[in-house]
Design a protein around this ligand. Structure first.
Ligand code: NAP
Length: 476
């Protein structure tokens, strides 16, 4: 008893609901809060508030920029408290939570900068005969109400990647966070309002995705959906949204190539350090390591040497490298995939142990492409090592995937790096670092089943605005 209750946040007012659901500490199971379960009428009210505030908003781009800049400052001041909250709500280690906070602050700041740069372009109407007296230009206009649906794994960052560019561009938002980690979204909106964002520009509706998501998709007043999460839900959103634009940031089974000319010690250290971020629950987490046969033994030995150093345990302990997964159910699912691979002939090089939601870093060899640990998105601290002979084989294995978000390659050969950039069918190719590298300024988004559209403030603003053509017919 005595735990906080988060009501819905609609038009700047807290709105209690009849039903609530619990949010737990992901390591010790303690009840952290209870959160409102929205009904369809609440979702309607949230969209009404967002639409009304969109129509009535008088914020200039400069004011929007100032609000987002101020939000970056407030997030910086509150970072200790926010990091601790992420450690509890997600089970994220303090190291990973600090990384998430750095990126939240960057994303707010970058969005603030982009707000002042939104411009259109001149269109040379004189390129066609008879248009000499006309001047044409396209301006960028906000789309209206944006529905943002976010996943559990980076709840503060991924909400920021949607809400901050939407605000920068002059839209209003209805935000639906993941039910396992909704508290971060409330913190984000609190920060934006402290920074001066008028009430009702961002509204939060919480509850089961299958219900709240469904109601959001049914509301024709929503101009655009921006979703990050699983492919399964992403496909439903694309089907249900009709002609309205969507951005979908979905999964991956990231390949990371280690070629024979790479600095093996450096590659092993970087890959080991970044293989298990967020307990492997990152869409661009290292999943498949492809090593050239000649250096496979040396690399594997160096890699395992680094993995052995990683500490598993309480995410609130600053020394911990790998905390729990989001739930015991998910850890059991990943463990079952590992067992299945072992039964089908894979070899366990390290790990494989599970205690509740804690899955120890697990490294497998002798896997085959059709095994779940390779072919599907494992979304757990599980990595496979496969060897290849020629780089063409490596590209073929890497591309033999339903996904295409990001890939990594370690090589000292610039020509090869550039060939990889052309050959790897991914939204991003990272050279001499892992697929997990993401800088918030860059365009980020996949091909194939990894999604549609780009994020990163500048690119998200392009997605969240429309080009409106203006033609002046001049007399004389
Ligand atoms: P998820 O199950 O797809 O849930 C994502 C969000 O969608 C949650 O808010 C969820 O609500 C909601 N939702 C569920 N069913 C829905 C429906 N029928 N209609 C509308 N919304 C619905 O994904 P997750 O388990 O939270 O996150 C893991 C996935 O996200 C992985 O596949 C990962 O690769 C992907 N991801 C991608 C990126 C990227 O940038 N590409 C980044 C991070 C994660 P509830 O929580 O209430 O079910």
């Amino acid at each position: 008893m005595g735990e906080p209750i988060y009501a819905l946040y609609i038009n700047g007012e807290w709105m209690a609901t009849q039903e609530t659901f619990p949010v737990y500490h992901k390591y010790n199971g303690q009840l952290l809060a209870r959160v409102a379960r929205a009904e369809q009428e609440h979702v309607r009210q949230a969209v009404t508030a967002a639409r009304r505030n969109f129509e009535q908003s008088e914020l200039t781009p400069f004011q929007r920029s100032q609000i987002l800049q101020k939000a970056a400052e407030i997030a910086t001041e509150r970072r200790d408290e926010l990091e601790l909250s992420l450690a509890r709500e997600v089970g994220k280690t303090r190291k990973d939570a600090a990384g998430e906070l750095d990126r939240v602050i960057n994303t707010l700041r970058l969005s603030a900068e982009e707000a002042t740069r939104i411009a259109g372009e001149m269109v040379p109407l004189h390129a066609t005969p008879g248009a000499e007296n006309r001047i044409g230009f396209a301006i960028r206009v906000p789309r209206g109400v944006i529905a943002a649906i976010t996943p559990f794994n980076y709840p503060l960052l991924l909400s920021t990647h949607k809400v901050a560019p939407a605000i920068a561009a002059g839209n209003t938002v209805v935000l639906k966070p993941a039910s396992t980690t909704p508290l971060a979204s409330y913190q984000l909106v609190e920060i934006l309002e402290q920074a001066g964002l008028p009430k009702g520009h961002v509204n939060i509706v919480t509850g089961a995705g299958s219900e709240v998501g469904d109601w959001l998709l049914a509301d024709e007043r929503i101009a655009m959906y921006t979703f990050t999460g699983s492919g399964e839900v992403g496909k439903q959103i694309k089907q249900r949204s009709g002609l309205r634009p969507v951005t979908l940031e979905l999964g991956n089974n990231s390949p990371n190539i280690v070629h024979r000319d790479a600095d093996l010690q450096q590659a092993a250290a970087i890959i080991a350090q970044r293989s298990f971020h967020n307990a492997g629950q990152a869409c661009i987490a290292v999943q498949r390591i492809l090593v050239q046969e000649e250096v496979s033994e040396d690399f594997t030995e160096a890699y395992l040497g680094c993995v052995r150093q990683l500490r598993v345990g309480d995410p609130e302990d600053p020394a911990t490298d790998i905390g729990p997964m989001i739930s015991e159910k998910e850890a059991v699912r990943a463990e079952a995939w590992v067992r299945e691979a072992l039964a089908e002939g894979a070899r366990l090089l390290y790990g494989g142990k599970r205690e509740g939601a804690l899955l120890y870093p697990t490294v497998l060899a002798d896997t085959r492409p059709e095994m779940k640990v390779n072919g599907l998105e494992v979304f757990a601290p599980v990595v496979t090592i496969q060897s290849y002979q020629t780089i063409e084989q490596a590209f073929a294995i890497a591309n033999d995937s339903a996904y295409g978000l990001q890939a990594g390659i370690f090589t000292r050969d610039l020509d090869l790096a550039m060939r990889a950039a052309r050959k790897l069918e991914y939204g991003g190719v990272i050279v001499n670092d892992v697929s997990t590298y993401r800088n918030d300024v860059m365009p980020y988004g996949g091909v194939k089943n990894s999604g549609l559209g780009k994020e990163g403030p500048r690119y998200a603003i392009e997605e969240m605005t429309d080009l409106r053509m203006v033609v002046l017919n001049l007399n004389g």
